[in-house]
Design a protein around this ligand. Sequence first.
Ligand code: G4P
Length: 283
Amino acid sequence: MNVQWYPGHMTKARRMMQEDIKLVDLVVELLDARVPVSSRNPDIRAMAANKSRIVLLNKADLADEAQNRRWEEIIRAEGAVTALVNARSGSGLKTFGQLVQEACREKIERDRRRGIKNRPVRAMVAGIPNVGKSTFINTFAGRSVAKTGNKPGVTKGKQWIRLSKEVELLDTPGILWPKFEDEEIGLKLALIGSIRDEILQGQELALYLLGFLAEHYAGTIAGRYGEIDEKLPAPQLLMEIAKARGCLKKGGEPDTDRAAALLLDDLRSGRLGRITLDRAGEA
Ligand code: G4P
């Protein structure tokens, strides 16, 4: 699939990430809790091979709570330090300091053995576009007492945000390119708004979503748009949504383009409820 990530963008993102990663001890990988598999960059493991790592499931407020718990368990079982968070409200981030301690235990102990005291852990945030990297940084920067400013020599031109005595965060996130291994991943990333809409037709996305909801979240459509027979095939269902919402063309025909846009907007804003597109155990 050809999205806004042309090879040139990807090469640049990779180069910048490789440069910045040299400056840090810890990489905080943000995933979208609604798509913990599809929002994962395939190369991050190799790039962060010698670094401590935390995997945060962000936008947990928009994802299915039962699925959140399962995904958290799965990621923890893989050996990663992880948590469910909402970077916008800050919920789940109070214990971030503890996660850092846990993820960097070896480094902290090594420093102690060598007699190095008070050297903060340096961290960077990384993730695919729109996953909430800037929000995460701003949430901390807003709280943070001091930005530490430039540190010539070691970190030329880089700004660090001091989160505590123990942790400093690079103020520019690492942008990772999404993976486009198959069409379904592309559809899911487009549904959550990580890939721009023009790339895929709104209707194609809406039909895929309706099929998905019928399978995993029965009652959602009727719950949101009123008495609609959810058993109808997706194209007809979209027409019913158009009628229910008064999306009509000049001649009175249902305007399925507008209905599709409305449906996608309702999904992304959480008005359809908390929905997880990558299913734990089925990935
Ligand atoms: P990026 O740097 O990774 O590209 O993402 P960014 O922080 O810009 O966040 C993308 C959008 O996701 C923003 O919404 C942001 O508010 C929202 N967001 C980030 N974290 C969370 C979260 O945990 N929960 C929810 N519900 N939303 C989150 P926006 O519509 O682009 O901007 P705005 O409405 O905040 O102004």
